[in-house]
Design a protein around this ligand. Structure first.
Ligand SMILES: NC(=O)c1ccc[n+]([C@@H]2O[C@H](COP(=O)([O-])OP(=O)(O)OC[C@H]3O[C@@H](n4cnc5c(N)ncnc54)[C@H](OP(=O)(O)O)[C@@H]3O)[C@@H](O)[C@H]2O)c1
Length: 312
């Protein structure tokens, strides 16, 4: 946990928070970690609400009474997901690789003028076999990090005073063996699908850390997490030849277990003062050394702002 506790507001509150979630683990489900919670009147925005972990997160938070702002690549997809789930919610289009769409999403959500109790940056793509780019930036980095950066920073005005930002990272960030590779954002210098996915997930951790720093002195929190390994549509870009051997021997979680950590971090009352941390299996966990590097988090923030400013 070293290096992860820096933004936890007081040691006493940290201990209380960590104690409060001590009984949860890799087997806990999203329903279990939210059991007994009444989220009536709370509003959560979830990206990627139409599939996998985002879909389950929407289902369970709504089950606890929350109103869901469900974001998907198109409004139709978001609408269909909310309808299928039979939950009260606001569908909204947010194609993360298109900043016009992300900015329109920010405006649409802002036009509702309703505070958000949480933003769950859940959507993502993984292991694109070839280097694809958007605005000259490698697509996994653009979608997973840059798109969410624009969405989340655009919505901060709407985040409740005690609102939480929860960012889906991955244990695959350990594959970012060359760190953020800020000199290879195009992916052209050498593309490796898994390393580039890992790099985007390292960026997710550092974005949460940068946000947590900006939230210091407030009651808002920002954390990132690894959900576990869950069979979802995330592997759609991987061939069976690659996927088969990789999955061999891995202990898979159910979708309910996979969505547990994000539901816990977004809602558990015990975590109201825990910020700047990385979670895995419903507990605070350690990251790659670069995931605790505040200077790198600031460098990433600045670089991302420059990228965003260059895209009209
Ligand atoms: N599953 C795992 O084992 C695992 C492990 C570690 C981390 N994670 C992380 O968990 C998160 C959720 O993944 P999942 O397993 O639930 O995968 P999933 O079932 O594939 O869901 C991913 C969601 O992201 C959306 N998405 C993809 N590209 C997008 C874009 N350009 N703009 C907007 N939305 C986009 C997808 O929309 P469409 O359906 O329309 O494409 C889908 O709703 C991801 O951030 C992933 O990196 C998952």
């Amino acid at each position: 946990m070293a290096g992860n506790t820096r933004f936890v507001r007081t040691r006493e509150r940290m201990t209380m928070g960590i104690d409060a979630i001590a009984s949860f683990n890799a087997e806990s489900t999203a329903e279990e970690v939210t059991e007994g919670l009444d989220l009536t009147g709370k509003r959560y925005l979830i990206t990627g609400c139409n599939s996998g972990l985002g879909y389950e997160t929407a289902r369970v938070l709504a089950l606890r009474g929350a109103f869901i702002v469900g974001a998907a690549r198109t409004e139709e997809k978001a609408k269909r997901a909310l309808e299928e789930l039979g939950i009260e919610g606001r569908p909204v289009a947010c194609e993360l690789s298109d900043l016009t769409s992300v900015r329109a999403c920010v405006q649409a959500v802002k036009s509702d003028a309703q505070p958000l109790d949480g933003i769950i940056a859940n959507a993502g793509i993984m292991a694109l076999p070839e280097n694809k780019q958007k605005h000259g930036i490698e697509l996994q980095f653009f979608t997973n990090h840059v798109g969410h950066f624009v969405l989340v920073t655009g919505l901060l005005d709407l985040l409740a005073d005690d609102g939480r930002v929860v960012i889906l990272s991955s244990g695959a960030h350990f594959s970012a063996e060359r760190g953020l590779e800020l000199d290879n954002l195009s992916g052209e210098h050498e593309y490796h699908s898994w390393r580039m996915y890992g790099r985007s997930k390292l960026a997710n951790i550092l974005f949460a850390r940068g946000l947590a720093k900006r939230f210091e002195g407030t009651n808002r929190t920002a954390n990132s997490l690894h959900p576990g390994v869950i069979q979802t549509n995330l592997t759609r870009h991987m061939s069976e030849d690659v996927l088969g051997p990789m999955m061999k021997g891995l202990k898979l979680k159910s979708v309910g277990q996979g969505a547990a950590t994000q539901c816990l971090v977004a809602t558990h009352p015990g975590l109201s003062d825990v910020s700047g941390c990385y979670f895995s299996d419903c507990q605070v966990a350690d990251t790659l050394k670069e995931g605790k590097d505040d200077n790198l988090a600031e460098e990433l923030w600045k670089r991302t702002e420059e990228i965003v400013a260059s895209i009209a």
